[in-house]
Design a protein around this ligand. Structure first.
Ligand code: HEM
Length: 421
């Protein structure tokens, strides 16, 4: 087990700036000093294990470069360690292992993405806005009816809205929603590396539970097809046209998990930003047309997915550095979002920032977030409705940040709701 524990902790290296970046809780609290340290070393920093960049231009180009592929879980480990990791892993689908969209390249990627992309176009999402509004209002009606004055807004609202929306799209019945939220909570660190053994086991449990639930859900919909994306996916895969069974579970599972694991963080961070910056909230009350830009500014400043990575497919020159085949470059999206060469006064929250939408929080290139339009719409409708219904909403404590390194957001955020409007 000592060996396995070593693997599970493989990301952590003393005196490695990369390890400091991802592992230090102080960095999660305030990333500015670490970003500055990396920036002062140039546009690409060669750490011991990986290279990394917080430079907007370099991140932007890397995500679109054909010299790089996405990371596949475990693929960068030396062969003997990889074999052990394989044996210790369950058969559950991992978000960073094929056939997950996140870890495949064309032609598979093109095929999987084509199957789901039509549902998430800007046009399709705009047609969902009415439903979104109804769902947000329902959740807030329940809050008003419950008569509570102080709530954990993450639990009461931020987690419930996205899970309701994506569940509708994928035909998940209301009684299953709390369960999949729990699996999601357990599995969220699956995107991180440098996990402790205990964390590693919890992640496995979450992935396994989610996978089993998903298999049952697919079986149920096979027998009882409905008017939802999942039923369509099942029908097309049963025709043998698009996806085999594993591909179907991986694709639907990723869309579902990405649909409720990320937007919850944007909503929580957004609420936190607004209650701590009343001048910016006042601007939104004065001019509601700013909401859409405000959501981009929140995405920029609190990037719910802090980083991603790409791996060199062959020897390649980047910013004057020679990278060997297999070299990983960590693209710190949150760092690129605070690049002072692109954003004036980058650490300031400004809902009217003219180029707020130049953030890289949804990544770029062929893996650009499939749910970007949905996430934007959910956040805009969700936040605007919340503050319109509870204009005096205020902080009731600091809240607890998530412990994950790739995902950033609040686990809990207590607020006083104030009088409903
Ligand atoms: C991919 C961020 C919401 C579905 C991604 C990636 C990022 C991201 C950074 C690409 C990772 C990479 O390039 O390595 C976010 C953020 C969200 C959000 C910040 C909310 C604020 C959603 C929602 C859905 C979704 C609501 C579901 C409808 C996906 C899928 C992919 C993806 C399926 C994989 C795309 C591919 O590899 O081709 N997301 N996402 N995301 N996202 Fe999102």
């Amino acid at each position: 087990h000592g060996f396995i524990r070593f693997i599970a902790k493989r990301g952590v290296k003393i005196n490695d700036p990369q390890a400091k970046l991802i592992a230090d809780p102080a960095t999660r609290e305030d990333p500015k000093p670490v970003y500055k340290q990396i920036r002062d070393n140039g546009t690409l920093f060669d750490s011991r294990v990986v290279s990394l960049t917080v430079d907007h231009r370099v991140v932007f180009d890397l995500l679109r470069s054909d010299d790089f592929r996405t990371v596949i879980q475990g693929a960068n480990l030396p062969a003997p360690l990889r074999a052990i990791e394989k044996r210790t892993r369950t058969s559950a689908l991992h978000p960073l292992a094929p056939p997950s969209l996140l870890s495949v390249e064309p032609p598979s990627h093109t095929r999987y993405r084509k199957v789901v992309s039509s549902v998430f176009t800007v046009r399709a999402v705009n047609q969902m806005r009415d439903r979104l509004q109804v769902t947000a209002d329902q959740l807030l009606d329940e809050l008003v009816a419950s008569g509570v004055g102080t709530v954990d807004i993450v639990d009461a609202y931020c987690a419930k809205l996205p899970v309701a929306v994506i569940s509708d799209i994928l035909g998940v019945p209301p009684e299953d929603r709390d369960r999949i939220l729990k699996f999601g909570e357990l599995a969220a660190p699956s995107l991180d590396f440098g996990l402790t053994w205990t964390q590693f086991r919890l992640v496995e449990k979450g992935l396994q539970g989610f996978d089993e639930w998903l298999a049952d859900h697919i079986e149920f919909l096979r027998a009882n097809p409905g008017d939802n994306l999942m039923s369509e996916l099942i029908a097309s895969s049963d025709d043998g046209v698009f996806l085999d069974d594993r591909e179907l579970r991986a694709t639907a599972g990723l869309v579902l998990a990405a649909g409720f694991e990320t937007t919850v963080n944007l909503l929580g961070s957004g609420i936190n930003l607004l209650i701590n910056n009343p001048d910016q909230l006042a601007r939104l009350f004065e001019d509601p047309s700013l909401w859409s830009n405000a959501v981009d500014e929140m995405l920029r400043l609190e990037s719910p997915v802090q980083m991603t990575a790409r791996v060199a497919k062959h020897p390649v020159e980047v910013e004057g550095h020679s990278l060997a085949t297999g070299r990983t470059v960590v693209c710190v999206l949150a760092g690129a979002n605070r690049d002072p060469k692109v954003f004036d006064d980058p650490d300031t929250f400004d809902v009217g920032r003219p180029n707020a939408n130049k953030h890289l929080s949804f990544s770029g290139g062929r893996h650009f977030c499939l749910g970007a339009a949905l996430a934007r719409a959910e956040s805009e409708v969700g936040l605007r409705t919340l503050f319109e219904r509870f204009p005096d909403l205020s902080s009731a404590g600091a809240g607890v940040k998530r412990d994950t390194r790739v995902l950033r957001g609040f686990l809990t955020l207590p607020v006083h709701l104030g009088e409903p409007a």
